[in-house]
Ligand binder design. Structure first.
Ligand SMILES: Nc1ncnc2c1ncn2[C@@H]1O[C@H](COP(=O)(O)OP(=O)(O)OP(=O)(O)O)[C@@H](O)[C@H]1O
Length: 259
């Protein structure tokens, strides 16, 4: 029996617990002994430059690959051994677009509801509720193909919320969107954390998406180089902003990699 990390004395499990995870693609090591937790009802930023290992970590958390080194638990459920219970508690928005462009917004969501075993009547109610949350109710009958990039992302977020998961993972969710769409999506997600107690892991390389009250995990070449409350990371690295701290941590990496 593996030890489940808890977040308080009552023994409540972490929303996401990544414990000593390493991952190899052939001989290439993409993750090196990565450990961190995401607390329930918190917004945690997974910050890393291209190639840091963010998508690999998401793939393992979604059980696209087996975790062979270390363990990943979602509300105490091990993703390898208890994947059904673990996945049921998690919604995901992948970096790549995943809507079926030839289906309507409603059909895209109904298909996902079906995959989660949600009955037709219940699905109809949930689809209207989640589309309202992301302010996309008016587009319910439109083909996904007719939506802008930002609107597609909103529908993907609605889809990830459909089975009411307490944990949501978003991988570079605002990439390619204009400044207004980015701000709108950030606000929607942050609002879900405060109003519904959602736990969020938000992977990005965009420093302006980080707030000083957030929790952050900084990944560099597959390794966690800093984690904790953003303002504590900034203070510990003797910098004046998270942008400066992030640049310094990555510069150190580049210097270490020099022959
Ligand atoms: N299928 C694969 N086969 C071999 N190497 C891979 C594969 N996928 C990723 N890698 C390597 O693993 C490392 C981590 O990549 P990953 O995509 O997880 O990083 P990332 O932080 O998500 O980057 P990005 O923001 O560019 O998506 C990189 O060095 C990458 O080249």
């Amino acid at each position: 029996m593996q030890h489940v990390r808890t977040i308080d004395r009552e023994g409540k499990p972490a929303a996401l617990d990544v414990a000593g995870v390493s991952h190899f693609y052939g001989h290439k090591q993409a993750l090196k002994d990565v450990s961190f937790i995401v607390r329930p009802a918190s917004f945690t930023v997974l910050l890393g430059l291209n190639g840091a290992g963010k998508t690999t970590l998401f793939s393992l958390t979604n059980h696209l690959y087996d975790t062979r080194h270390g363990a990943i638990r979602i509300f105490g459920h091990d993703i390898n051994r208890d994947s059904g219970e673990a996945l049921r508690r998690m919604g995901v928005v992948f970096q790549a677009r995943t809507l079926d462009l030839d289906l309507s917004v409603r059909q895209n969501l109904a298909y996902h509801a079906c995959l989660h075993g949600i009955g037709a009547r219940e699905a109809t109610a949930r689809i209207s509720a989640v589309l309202e949350t992301v302010e996309m109710s008016e587009r319910i009958n439109d083909k996904a193909r007719s939506l802008s990039g930002g609107q597609m992302r909103r529908v993907e977020i609605a889809r990830a919320l459909l089975h009411s998961p307490p944990l949501m993972l978003l991988d570079e969710a605002t990439v390619g969107l204009d400044i207004r769409s980015r701000a709108g999506i950030m606000a929607t997600i942050r609002n879900l954390v405060t109003t519904r107690g959602l736990a969020v892991l938000w992977a990005t390389h965009l420093i302006d998406e980080v707030d000083e009250d957030d929790d952050a995990v900084i990944l560099r070449q597959g390794e966690v180089v800093a984690q904790g409350r953003v303002r504590d990371i900034v203070q510990a690295s003797d910098c004046s902003s998270i942008g400066e701290a992030f640049t310094r941590l990555n510069r150190t990496a580049a210097a270490e990699a020099m022959p």
